[in-house]
Design a protein around this ligand. Structure first.
Ligand SMILES: NC(=O)C1=CN([C@@H]2O[C@H](COP(=O)(O)OP(=O)(O)OC[C@H]3O[C@@H](n4cnc5c(N)ncnc54)[C@H](OP(=O)(O)O)[C@@H]3O)[C@@H](O)[C@H]2O)C=CC1
Ligand SMILES: O=C(CO)COP(=O)(O)O
Length: 336
């Protein structure tokens, strides 16, 4: 069978790592980035020095800052831009699509910056509600995927043939792809876990112990579950790789930028300085605001995510946020 050609749109750490994963499977991969100077530097050094410096880029991996060229050469398109650039990238893409019904996949974790909705709503609004869609999400640090370390991910797609094609692209010995039909649950888990990883980081930065972290992960999962079910996601999805799997990963390992932001805030660093030190996307900052809106709209109680929102967007001191959580009345563990 002919190898697929794929354009990966977004040349940060995750776009680059996914390009390497598809390339290892023998596919024709083009990686597009919006910054011509960055793409030229990558082409010259055969490394993504800024976002994934440890991994050499194989000679066959095409690099471009020309979106038209990237799209023209591709059978499949995968967006891996940050959520704040998601809608704008779709708008840039639309006039370039040879087939207006072309399928779209994304590995972005976050919510639409204007509406606070899951990203499939943006695809439906900017392209078409009948566009075949797929989302990749799970416990997948870019650096480990780039290094070929064993990783598992969930792929949720709107139609089985599309799911099969994408699975064939990425599934390999070091990268297991599990399919799902639950687009809502998979996207929701990826957005909410970033907010909860900031909470776990804050707790560790304040010097609280392993008990606090485990409590935050477990009660955070209950919050993710409540919002996920309210939006129409499935419990099994949230108990899977893209839910609890990614939640545990990002709450417990310092490769997570969201967790590192929380640690910095809990240690007393101010938000702008902490973000500048990290120097990469920290999706949980925007997600805290959007999850706050979404939870409000659906009447879902999310006390941990709510306190993270107050710390990031209302100037609350991390210690006050923790006290707010601890002062809550006792309740049954499974009352929700
Ligand atoms: N890194 C990881 O381990 C994982 C990340 N993800 C998700 O992948 C998405 C991308 O994050 P990640 O690659 O990690 O981020 P990085 O911080 O590593 O890189 C961000 C990339 O996005 C580019 N970018 C910024 N604005 C735009 C824009 N308007 N149009 C096009 N590109 C833009 C940046 O370019 P510039 O340098 O010019 O700003 C940079 O190349 C996020 O939603 C993240 O949650 C998911 C799983 C794992
Ligand atoms: O989503 C990720 C791993 O699955 C990456 O997490 P951070 O964005 O917190 O670094």
């Amino acid at each position: 069978m002919r190898a697929d050609s794929i354009a990966i749109l977004g040349a940060g750490s995750w776009g680059t790592a996914l390009a390497l994963a598809a390339q290892r499977n023998g596919h024709k991969v083009t990686l597009w980035g919006h910054d011509a100077a960055h793409m030229a530097a990558m082409a010259a050094s055969r490394r993504n020095q800024r976002y994934l410096p440890d991994t050499e880029l194989p000679p066959g991996l095409a690099l471009t800052a020309d979106l038209d060229r990237a799209v023209a050469d591709a059978d499949l398109l995968l967006l891996v831009v940050p959520s704040h650039a998601f809608k704008r990238t779709l708008q840039r893409l639309k006039p370039l699509l040879r087939d207006p019904a072309a399928p779209i996949a994304w590995a972005t974790k976050g919510l639409d910056a204007d509406s606070g909705e899951l990203l499939h709503h943006s695809v439906a609004a900017e392209l078409s509600p009948s566009t075949p869609m797929a989302v990749l999400s799970g416990p997948t640090f870019a650096r480990e995927v780039a290094a070929g370390l064993p990783t598992a991910i969930t792929l949720a797609a709107s139609d089985p043939a599309y799911a099969e094609r994408l699975t064939r692209l990425f599934h390999g010995t070091g990268f297991r792809v599990y399919t799902s039909t639950d687009m809502i649950g998979v996207q929701l888990g990826g957005a909410v876990k970033n907010v909860l990883a900031i909470a776990a980081g804050i707790s560790d930065g304040l010097g609280f112990g392993a008990n606090s972290r485990a409590a935050l992960i477990t009660r955070g999962l209950a919050e993710m579950m409540r919002l996920g079910l309210a939006l129409g996601g499935q419990r099994e999805t949230l108990m899977g790789l893209s839910g609890v799997g990614d939640l545990v990963l990002t709450c417990t390992d310092n490769q997570s930028r969201n967790r590192r932001l929380g640690i910095a805030l809990g240690s007393g660093q101010a938000l702008p300085a902490a973000l500048a030190d990290i120097g990469q996307e920290v999706e949980g900052v925007a997600a805290a605001r959007e999850v706050h809106r979404l939870a409000g709209r659906h009447g879902v109680e999310m006390p941990i995510a709510e306190q993270v929102y107050h710390v990031l967007h209302q100037g609350m001191a991390p210690l006050d946020a923790v006290h707010n959580l601890l002062r809550r009345e006792p309740k049954a563990e499974h009352a929700d």
